[in-house]
Design a protein around this ligand. Structure first.
Ligand code: UD1
Length: 444
């Protein structure tokens, strides 16, 4: 039997949650870097943060238990569980397997105090609405990497027949039963696609979603929904067709490996001219990054679910433009930029997905990098020796880039505001230490 998780009487949860009980203002990551550092060894990749968050929201669509495996034990997962517990979720976590059960709804309101922690929590709106006919969810608001509106989510739900109003920073949605519709996204949106697929799964009749984002995390969600009884065609394609069903049931499902964590460790290998063996990953989800790293000189061998990276002495400059999957991921832009600071020449990195996603540049400049930002382009001049300094992590992937830079910066680098890294990387300092890095967490 499942137990109410946030109480301190669930041993499996208490142990894990304890890792996240900290005061962010006094936690920092300290790295003792060396420009001749060579990372070597094996690292196991965790489950995908961006795949598990919508899967958690999907469990609201059924009164039967949903069991998920390969859960990354990262802060965003615990924030989402906390929010969903307020809605009526009961869960049990054993190792990296999570059983979710929402037998009845306790509240259809997701408060700002929890939604503001993580934009993906907005995804509970559609499932609550589809199953219970009503939902009130705080608007996510701005974040460090740009305004990130939810207008496409809202417009799509309205097309499915939801009556939506905005009051005091909350989105209130009502519908007796959602009604299938033909919807074209003006712009590719990962969260928007996931949101509408979930809502349409319980709508009356057929929904056709066009110009869908095609990220593997969306396909992973669709596969879960299909196991739950949803009728979905076109998984992984730009057009997805959903025939709504009366109700969905439980399922047992594996979360895909985290392709951004994979890419981050591949960059770590290339950057330190290292020799790293990544296991438990899915190479086919990160092909564009692998290709860019190969052009830059790294030797990358793929075998089944493992990837081996060997960095080369000479890193070649590479221009990179972020774009929706299968293009180069915006979530790898900051890490790749660090690699380019060590390339033999100049690279231009263009960010097309988010407006303000160069905040790591100022911090990299403090470490000695030579980078100029011009609109959506960053011109990165290599090969610049980096020297350790105190820096501030502004968002999740920026934190990862600062840690990578710290590895090869001479002397001590202190990364402040490390709560960002804990949102999406599981035990990053432990994994890097296992490869030979001198990195630890300091609490003052
Ligand atoms: C997801 C990922 C995030 C990744 C991003 C792009 C999760 C939990 N997060 O974020 O790590 O960086 O995809 O790959 O999966 N937009 C609108 N209106 C909307 C929705 C989006 O204008 O209603 C814009 C955004 O501001 C952005 C672009 O569309 O410019 C893409 O955003 P989207 O794909 O929705 O990103 P997320 O799902 O938030």
């Amino acid at each position: 039997m499942l137990r109410r998780a946030p109480r301190n009487d669930n041993p499996s949860c208490v142990v894990i949650r304890a890792a996240f009980v900290y005061n962010p203002s006094v936690e920092r990551i300290r790295i003792l870097g060396r420009n001749d550092l060579r990372l070597k060894g094996d690292v196991r990749i965790s489950g995908s943060k961006n795949a598990v968050l919508p899967a958690l929201a999907a469990s609201l669509l059924t009164s039967e238990p949903v069991r998920l495996h390969n859960i990354p034990l990262v802060k965003d997962v615990f924030s989402m569980l906390k929010l969903m517990t307020e809605l009526g979720l009961e869960y049990a976590l054993e190792g990296t397997s999570l059983t979710l059960d929402v037998p009845k709804i306790l509240s259809e309101e997701a408060s700002y105090s929890l939604v503001k922690l993580m934009r993906a929590s907005f995804l509970v709106l559609g499932p609550l609405l589809a199953r219970f006919g009503k939902a009130i969810v705080a608007q996510p608001g701005g974040c460090a990497i740009g305004p990130r509106p939810v207008d496409l989510h809202i417009a799509g739900l309205q097309r499915l027949g939801a009556n939506i109003t905005f009051e005091h920073g909350y989105v209130k949605a009502e519908a007796d039963r959602l009604q299938g519709a033909d919807i074209r996204f003006e712009k590719k949106t990962v969260g928007g696609t996931e949101h509408l697929v979930m809502a349409a799964a319980l709508a009356r009749g057929e929904t056709v979603l066009r110009n869908c984002a095609q990220e593997p995390e969306i396909s992973n969600l669709c596969e879960l929904l299909i196991k739950m009884g949803a009728r979905i065609e076109g998984v992984g394609e730009e057009t997805i067709r959903i025939v709504g069903v009366e109700q969905l049931g439980g399922a047992d499902h594996e979360i895909i490996p985290d392709r951004i964590e994979t890419g981050t460790f591949l960059v770590a290998g290339a950057l330190t001219r290292g020799d790293i063996h990544l296991t438990g990953t899915e190479p086919s989800h990160i092909l564009t990054t692998i290709e860019k790293l190969r052009y830059s000189g790294a030797v990358i061998d793929v075998e089944g679910k493992a990837i081996h990276v060997t960095g080369s002495a000479e890193i070649r400059p590479q221009d990179v433009t972020t774009s929706p999957y299968p293009g180069f991921p915006t979530d790898m832009q900051a890490q790749f930029m660090v690699l380019m600071t060590q390339a033999a020449g100049t690279s231009i990195i263009t960010e097309t997905i988010f407006d303000r996603r160069f905040q790591h540049v100022n911090e990299l400049l403090r470490l000695g990098a030579t980078i100029e930002v011009m609109g959506d382009k960053a011109v990165v001049h290599g090969r610049t020796p980096l020297s350790g300094a105190e820096v501030i992590a502004t968002d999740l992937r920026a934190s990862a880039s600062l840690i990578l830079a710290g590895l090869i910066a001479s002397g001590e680098t202190i990364v402040n505001d490390v709560e960002h890294i804990d949102r999406g990387y599981e035990r990053i300092e432990e994994k890097l230490r296992g490869l030979g890095a001198r990195i630890d967490r300091i609490r003052e």
